[in-house]
Design a protein around this ligand. Structure first.
Ligand code: SAH
Length: 356
């Protein structure tokens, strides 16, 4: 199948159970057949119609006339010798590449997925945004990030963080579809309670998300306690100002009962002083949440530097003393270390697509 042919066909992996039943009705097929195919796609993680052995050849060929099954191949897998973290570069049917990360924790396996090819938010410390956003990922492609990793490792994934490349609320509908499908009990059945979605603070997205009835943890990329500094680090902050963003977070907690996770990438000489920590504590004191400190992962093009471990610990201790729950993110896969979006960039460069 060529890329053009694939585009013409509908991706069957992105259809919700009721949509699939509807599609089968049009083919004069009973609804239990739709259930079987849904199970093949989302429980057995089939990568082609040919694998669906209890479906007749005739039906399989009728399906493949109209539909395609997402196939995402791991182009590259880096495996950490320290903690088993695996970083994947996947190629999509249109030649684009994305990355996802598999991490083993004591509470289960977690996967960090991308929601877009690239990103257009422009955060000044982040590698994902350096070439802008190429396109949104479909729900089926996001599902496939999880499915292909489960198939590759032979292990079940129990937690998902939507924290890879891309801004999930810039691809709202497909991300919601993804969350509904991955948490569907007739599919992968990963509880929405075990999903965290990270946003740079698109207020309309946060407000809409609060009403979806999904018990997902919201992570807000805060990174600065002051409006001006936040704008320097995150251009999107010019549009959605701190008071508005924080009040949307409070609303999210009020409606969902889920505590907010504030992400704070600590950058040496930029946002890492004791004063920053005290002002951060003051800023979020009345919001139910905790702070996740991420020592910045240096990206060559940004010029930002990682802070000393001791200054991050001091920052955490100040927050704790001020009554704010704070943790320092454990670095996974130190030996295969690369910041958000760097692996994809390196892969594109090696393939000679990117010339800078
Ligand atoms: N667009 C979303 C999710 C993707 S980024 C968001 O902004 O939240 C996931 C998290 O990693 C964000 O908090 C982001 O600010 C942070 N991040 C990106 N690049 C980083 C880097 N080089 N070092 C540390 N944290 C980084």
């Amino acid at each position: 199948m060529t890329a053009e042919e694939k585009i013409d066909k509908i991706d069957i992996c992105g259809l919700m159970p009721d949509e699939l039943t509807e599609a089968f009705k049009e083919l004069n097929e009973p609804s239990y057949r739709a259930k079987q195919v849904y199970g093949w796609l989302h429980k057995q993680k089939a990568a082609s119609f040919d694998e669906m052995t209890n479906i007749s050849k005739k039906l399989r060929s009728a399906l493949s006339e109209k539909y395609r099954v997402t196939v995402m191949n791991p182009e590259k897998v880096l495996v950490s010798g320290i903690d088993g973290t695996r970083k994947y570069v996947f190629s999509l049917f249109d030649g684009n590449v994305i990355e996802a990360v598999f991490m083993r924790y004591h509470h289960g396996n977690s996967v960090c997925i991308s929601s877009q090819v690239g990103c257009r938010m422009g955060c000044t410390f982040c590698a994902s945004t350096l070439e802008g956003c190429v396109r949104n990922l479909t729900a089926a492609e996001m599902l496939s990030e999880i499915y292909r990793i489960e198939t590759d490792t032979g292990e079940r994934v129990s937690n998902i963080v939507i924290m890879g490349s891309g801004e999930p609320f810039d691809n709202y509908d497909e991300v919601i579809r993804f969350i509904r499908m991955i948490s569907d009990e007739n599919g992968a059945n990963i509880s929405a309670r075990n999903i965290t979605l990270s946003t740079c603070g698109l207020v309309p997205g946060i407000i809409r998300f609060a009403d979806e009835g999904l018990p997902v943890t919201l992570a807000l990329s805060l990174h600065a306690p002051y409006q001006e500094l936040r704008e320097q680090m995150m251009p999107v902050a010019r549009k959605y100002k701190l008071p508005e963003v924080l009040s949307a977070c409070s609303e999210y907690f009020r409606k969902t009962g889920r505590r907010i996770s504030f992400e704070y990438s600590v950058v040496r000489g930029v946002n890492d002083t004791p004063q920053h920590a005290r002002d951060l504590a003051r800023l979020i004191r009345n919001i139910h949440g905790h702070v996740n400190l991420i020592p910045v992962n240096p990206v060559e093009e940004t010029g930002y530097e990682s802070p000393d471990r001791s200054s991050v610990e001091q920052f955490r201790d100040i927050l704790t003393d001020e009554g704010i729950n704070a943790t320092i993110r454990r670095e996974m896969g130190r030996d295969i270390s690369s910041a958000c979006g760097q692996l994809r960039r390196r892969h594109i460069k090696d393939a000679g697509v990117c010339t800078d």
